[in-house]
Write a protein that binds this ligand. Structure first.
Ligand code: FPP
Length: 247
């Protein structure tokens, strides 16, 4: 079956977020070290980015490194950071050719200098691209993001720039790292795990969740198309009844 041609281009999610999981288990299955899994994960990143852009998805967010990932063995953390630098450097031209803008969310100040520099260069040189925004969540954790937002609003209140009783959802969203980015309509997690793992907790309030047993390094365009088709077959009610939606 040609999955892509079954997708209704008028009902695409504007923003898809992905928890890329299973690199380590994929490597183990192939009798190789974990880092081999991460390296092969880059192929999946490329395929997914290409497929999303081809379809007309406006935002693709990839959970590339969580705050909790610092607890992994130093060797693996270093390898992931090096892979990030290498991938960004290698892919800048392709991103530009395809009119894709690179963006990042997370506590970027704590990234190693080399990774930070490569990331900033990638962001800067793609800043005028308009077809799709590729958001990398790096040293990201939703609780960190929410705490940061709370501190920001509290400071604004102390500075008398806002009145606590009048704080609304949009004030809060304006101090999140996803400011200006629509909430994801579809969240995909690979490798059979069914957790949110501290990812975009505020933003996924109404997001459709899609879990696939496929390990991230095996994730290809067809897997993304499958997830989107599944999403398009769901009824999104936002707390209303089915009847309210059709009338
Ligand atoms: C989860 O698999 C994956 C990660 C923590 C890192 C994802 C990174 C990449 C795909 C490569 C670099 C990405 C970019 C955007 C350049 P896991 O290690 O938790 O797997 P496991 O659960 O099987 O151990």
């Amino acid at each position: 079956m040609d999955l892509k041609s079954n997708i209704d281009l008028k009902k695409l999610p504007a923003h898809i977020a992905i928890i890329m999981d299973g690199n380590g288990r994929w490597a183990k299955k192939h009798g190789r070290p974990r880092v081999f899994g991460h390296k092969n994960g880059v192929t999946a990143v490329r395929e997914t980015t290409e497929a999303a852009a081809e379809l007309g998805i406006k935002y693709l967010t990839l959970y590339a490194f969580s705050t909790e990932n610092w607890n992994r063995p130093a060797f693996e953390v270093n390898a992931l950071m090096a892979l990030l630098v290498e991938t960004i450097r290698k892919e800048i031209n392709t991103l530009n050719k395809n009119n894709i803008k690179l963006h990042a969310i997370g506590d970027l100040s704590r990234l190693p200098k080399r990774s930070y520099k490569a990331l900033m260069k990638g962001i800067e040189s793609t800043q005028h691209n308009t077809r799709m925004t590729l958001v990398l969540a790096l040293n990201y954790s939703a609780k960190w993001e929410i705490m940061n937002a709370v501190k920001n609003l509290a400071q604004q209140a102390v500075d008398k720039k806002l009145v606590p009783e009048e704080i609304n959802e949009s004030d809060f969203e304006n101090v999140l790292s996803t400011q200006g980015i629509p909430d994801p309509e579809l969240l995909i997690r690979t490798s059979g795990e069914t957790r949110l793992s501290n990812f975009l907790l505020w933003q996924v309030a109404y997001t459709e969740l899609y879990f696939t047993p496929t390990f991230w390094p095996d994730f290809r365009k067809e897997h993304l198309f499958e997830a989107i088709l599944d999403f398009q077959n769901r009824e999104r009610r936002f707390g209303m009844t089915s009847d309210q939606l059709t009338t």
